[in-house]
Design a protein around this ligand. Sequence first.
Ligand code: PMP
Length: 428
Amino acid sequence: MIADLSAADLEAFGARIQADYDAFRARGLKLDMTRGKPAPEQLDLAEGMLALPGNRDHLTEAGEDARNYGGVQGVAEVRALFSGTLGAKPERIVVGDNASLAMMHDSIVWALLKGVPGSAKPWGRESEIAFLCPVPGYDRHFAICEEYGIRMIPVPMTGHGPDMAKVEELVRDPAVKGMWCVPKYSNPSAESYSDETVRRLASMKTGAPDFRLFWDNAYVLHHLTDERREILNVLDACADAGNPDRAFVFASTSKMTLAGAGLAFFASSEANVKWYLARASKRTIGPDKLNQLRHVRFLRDEAGLVAHMDKHRALLAPKFQTVTDALTSRLANQGAARWIKPDGGYFVSVDVTEGAASRVVALAKDAGLLLTAAGATWPYGKDPHDSNLRLAPSYPSLSDVKAASEGIALCILLAAIESESARRRSEA
Ligand code: PMP
């Protein structure tokens, strides 16, 4: 432990780490671990899709011409293909275009302008509304709330989902209309919600009768080990608890097929799907159904989808292993950081000592290594502890991930040594 070192040992250790960091910086690398983007090799896995559906193949099973307008809910066989993954019957699924984030955004804007089933008035006409935001969480969720003036209330994650005692207490306030949830392999902590967490979210008493869980199951099939984690079906849990309209479920194939040209999904109760389609059909005459056909032709069935995800795993798992190996070899038992080895998802979340995260990001930047801004995993970009870092190892090559991980470990150590030295000076 750095904190236990004698003054002389701390100084010697600091000098050694500073020399390693200087050597790292002198390599003049340009590394980027900021965003959870699939690597080119992952996109190549779906290259065959670009030739599909192919000449003259434009009819759906029902005989609709996929080249034409219409079909706002999405092609039936596509909804059937993703039904198991989404945990909803095909008739309770809407297929959107290439971004689930857009479907989340639209749902919030429509709720603000029109209300949702069960609303006494549009959310935008309430004097104030708020969302619960488990932290660390996804910055783009928080950006939507910030954009539309929805107050964000952070709730800590526990290792098996958000702190439910806190959630149950906060949600009694009728101003709390929604909650962001990334229930499986969460962004960024990689934790999955326990069955008990899902049941409590489904059954808790809410002050707002039109409260919604924004259930962003972005990493539903994104396993990194052969233990394919399952979580409780939230739509069933809500229905069982007598709250059938509570959850809006979202997912997409952004990290299954093509991040910029995949399919997005909304799945929910009958009333919510009707509500969604009524709004969506004002917004568009129909989605890109050729892309939907391309996806069924390429993936074929759920087994095809799962097999495709195994190929992603083969490319991603070594990168995650490299990050956690580097952190372990440099940082184990130093008291400088805590992290867990993800078993799915796209991120490694690292908690460094309080007040050190922005220093780590600055040290890394100085050495040619871009990290997600400190604070990004908190509402308004402000981590009150300045301690959470989100590492995204998917995009860089394996050798770049190795170099970057080594660099990150050095920056964390250096920041920890600096703050320990400063602490001792201030106590002296
Ligand atoms: N939700 C989460 C939790 C994510 O991490 C991401 C991508 N990083 C998205 C949604 C974006 O999904 P899409 O590409 O479908 O808009």
